[in-house]
Design a binder for this molecule. Structure first.
Ligand SMILES: Nc1ncnc2c1ncn2[C@@H]1O[C@H](COP(=O)(O)OP(=O)(O)OP(=O)(O)O)[C@@H](O)[C@H]1O
Ligand SMILES: [Mg+2]
Length: 222
């Protein structure tokens, strides 16, 4: 099993910002980041080169709340795009891989559909396949199911759980606590920009002493 980290916390607590620091959409002013054996230290005066940024960013794959598919491309073409333009794979090879990945997320029969012809859950699964195609070391998910009805969310969560079972490392911002219980090795609770609590699901749920966390868990619905 891969390593799963689930981040929870109230709106504005810094969850998205933390993910954006991990793929350098934000440049941290202190601390260090280690991904796939590559470590970068940050301080206020340091500017990373574009090459360094791209090399690190390539190790991560981000999936957002909105599915952000290319609207004028079919599901298959969406999953091929980055492989061809960024990884420079030949088209036939990219198409083969896209086909296999769509099958994996249960959408092989939808390969020729355009995003507007797909449900939100299906679109999100295409987005996940597209990210898988880039073979990142770490998957970053930012509330991937919060725009979806529960049934469609369940389809997406299943794909994410399968990914984790296959050994994928993922950092997931989600308030789906059953997913967190199942998949997370570590749960992190953020509040006002800092990590207030962290622990294994067992530690996390069994000895909650933090009042802020208690309040928060009482508020969210799974
Ligand atoms: N580069 C930055 N420097 C300082 N503050 C920032 C920066 N980027 C975002 N913020 C602020 O940090 C706070 C946290 O925002 P963020 O979007 O990370 O929260 P969130 O936990 O993802 O919330 P939500 O659950 O609503 O998505 C916000 O008040 C935001 O304006
Ligand atoms: Mg956010």
């Amino acid at each position: 099993m891969g390593c799963g980290i689930v981040i929870i916390g109230p709106s504005g607590s810094g969850k998205t910002t933390l993910l954006r620091c991990m793929n350098l959409l934000e440049t941290p002013t202190s601390g260090s980041l280690t991904i796939g054996g590559r470590e970068v230290n940050f301080n206020l005066n340091k500017r990373l080169s574009q090459t360094e940024i791209l090399a690190l960013r390539k190790q991560t794959g981000m999936v957002f709340q909105g599915f952000n598919l290319f609207p004028h491309m079919t599901a298959l073409e969406n999953v091929m795009e980055g492989q061809v333009t960024v990884l420079k794979r030949p088209k036939t090879q990219a198409a083969e891989r896209a086909q296999a990945l769509l099958e994996k997320v249960g959408l092989s029969q939808k390969k020729d559909s355009y995003p507007y012809q797909l449900s939100g859950g299906q679109q999100q699964r295409v987005a996940i396949a597209r990210t898988m195609a880039m073979e990142p070391s770490v998957f970053l998910f930012d509330e991937p199911t919060s725009a979806l009805d529960p049934e469609l969310a369940a389809e997406v969560l299943k794909v994410m759980k399968d990914l984790s079972l296959e050994g994928m490392t993922m950092v997931v911002v989600t308030h789906k606590m059953s997913f967190a219980r199942d998949v997370a090795h570590k749960i992190i609770f953020m509040d006002e920009g800092v990590i207030l609590e962290e622990g294994s699901p067992q530690e996390f749920f069994n000895n909650i002493s933090n009042q802020r966390l208690k309040q928060f868990l009482n508020l969210i619905e799974d």
